[in-house]
Design a binder for this molecule. Structure first.
Ligand SMILES: Cc1cc2nc3c(=O)[nH]c(=O)nc-3n(C[C@H](O)[C@H](O)[C@H](O)COP(=O)(O)OP(=O)(O)OC[C@H]3O[C@@H](n4cnc5c(N)ncnc54)[C@H](O)[C@@H]3O)c2cc1C
Length: 442
């Protein structure tokens, strides 16, 4: 890799720990905001992008409910659409802007989708479309007739996440990237960061960014702190086969609750996901209460792969869409699949809760990352809790954390909502997760 240094970098302006979308996005944005900055990125694995992004569907969408996420995704999509400008001439990110179609099959679901679109348009997302049955038939004639309504995001799509991570790294020409670094320890003295210890030596730096996905809490502990994050395993699978009726230029399809989703992959394949209800029962003794989230990751995340996942996801599709379009009941979808697992990392209940009139805290599942300095340690920064959208948000997330590190103003006032201590933000929801999957719990 071009950024591999000839000598061990013993000093830096910033050390970034973690080479996934969050860490490399920060590296890219730091170099753009402060050309020539001496940044060192440390990655534990032999290659960049060795965390959750490997299991992801690599999608992006523009339709969100909280303003901070809307602005963040809109900025990131602008970067995806102009790779020459942001990463250098000839950069290919494999961007396919083919839309997201949230499908409704009952009148009740249609009414909900219509109300969602009205709300989205009121908050300025005028490109969000409600499609009635006639519009669905004419725009997507191949779609099964059980679908009678849709919420459509025409700006949404997908890309090649590894190409994005590589483009971030390549564009940061002055940075040093250290791969295969088995262990890091952040050294703190008198409430201030001094640098990072690695097996090859100490890097003196006044600023350290933790961007290590599911491992971030472990790294925080080396600085004597507990980061307020939790995680849940999530799975996906790619099938080399796609039903001939589901065209290559078709959108990502999202079924009604519990929201199984699928998109075309390359010429003949498809990639599936489903945010099922989850707990850690399989690792508990009998009678011991199960948890719905983990404090610490178990590696490899593949231990969470449930062999039933692909067939359950297809069953949901076949049940919701019938057996015609997409042919989701076809056993061909299950042949030669690549089944993967990774972690979604969230804010925990101390950083995402609603304050009730009686003073109690009502925790909720936030979709907001933490992009901020740590409140107790000077020079320590965080880009964590990217939930299920850390690829699509990575350009803007990088810019936000770069502004914080460099002490520059935020590009949009709503970005303050990614603050460590901002425990509640209106409309902070709209992941695809669902609790309605009780009978299909994996
Ligand atoms: C099934 C699934 C589907 C998803 N679908 C999408 C999607 O469609 N679109 C989207 O935008 N997002 C999606 N995501 C979410 C997305 O993958 C994550 O939000 C994103 O990868 C988070 O980026 P990150 O850099 O914070 O963490 P990661 O991607 O996990 O990267 C962390 C990096 O840090 C490294 N690291 C870990 N520990 C250390 C250490 N001690 N020292 C040095 N380096 C370390 C890891 O090796 C890794 O390279 C999906 C995730 C899953 C699991």
């Amino acid at each position: 890799m071009a950024n591999t240094p000839a000598e061990f970098p013993s000093t830096a302006d910033v050390v970034i720990i973690g080479g996934g979308p969050a860490g490399t996005g920060a590296l890219w944005a730091l170099e753009r905001a402060h050309p020539g900055i001496k940044a060192v990125l440390i990655e534990r694995a032999p290659q960049l992008g060795s965390g959750a992004s490997n299991a992801s569907l690599e999608n992006f969408r523009s339709i969100w409910n909280a303003r901070c996420n809307i602005v963040m995704m809109s900025r990131s999509i602008e970067v995806f659409k102009n790779p020459d400008e942001y990463f250098g001439e000839g950069t290919q990110l494999g961007v396919k802007q083919r839309g997201y179609l949230f499908c409704g099959i009952t009148e009740k679901q249609a009414a909900k989708l219509r109300a969602d679109v009205e709300h989205l348009q009121q908050i300025g997302l005028s490109h969000a479309e409600y499609l009635d049955e006639a519009a669905i038939r004419s725009r997507f004639p191949w779609l099964n007739h059980t679908v009678i309504a849709g919420k459509y995001d025409p700006h949404a799509g997908w890309l090649d996440s590894y190409a994005l991570i590589s483009a971030f790294a390549r564009a940061a020409q002055n940075a040093s990237i250290l791969l295969d670094v088995a262990k890091v320890e952040i050294r703190v003295s008198s409430g201030k960061v001094e640098g990072v210890q690695t097996p090859s030596g100490f890097i003196t730096s006044p600023n350290v960014l933790i961007a290590a996905g599911a491992d971030s809490r472990n790294i925080g502990r080396t600085a004597g702190i507990e980061l307020p994050i939790v995680m849940r395993p999530r799975q996906s699978f790619t099938s080399p086969w796609r039903h001939p009726e589901y065209p290559e230029d078709g959108p990502m399809l999202i079924g009604p609750a519990p929201f199984p989703h699928v998109r075309p992959e390359a010429q003949t394949g498809a990639i599936f996901g489903y945010e099922y209800s989850w707990n850690d029962k399989k690792f508990r003794e009998q009678g011991e209460p199960a948890e719905r989230e983990l404090i610490d990751p178990i590696y490899p995340a593949d231990v969470w792969k449930d062999p039933r996942f692909p067939s359950v996801t297809l069953y949901l599709f076949a049940r919701k869409f019938g057996d015609v379009s997409g042919g989701f009941a076809s056993p061909q979808y299950l042949r030669g699949i690549d089944h993967r697992a990774g972690y979604y990392v969230y804010r925990d209940e101390t950083t995402a809760y609603e304050l009730m009139p009686d003073g109690t805290h009502l925790p909720y599942e936030s979709q907001r990352a933490i992009l901020d300095s740590h409140p107790e340690i000077n020079g320590l920064f965080l880009s964590v809790a990217h939930v299920g959208h850390g690829i699509m948000s990575s350009p803007a997330a990088g810019e936000i954390i770069a502004s914080k590190i460099l002490g520059q103003p935020l590009a949009d006032p709503s970005y303050a909502d990614f603050g460590y201590n901002v425990h509640f933000v209106e409309h902070d929801s709209s992941g695809l997760a669902s609790d309605e999957a009780v009978n299909l719990q994996l």
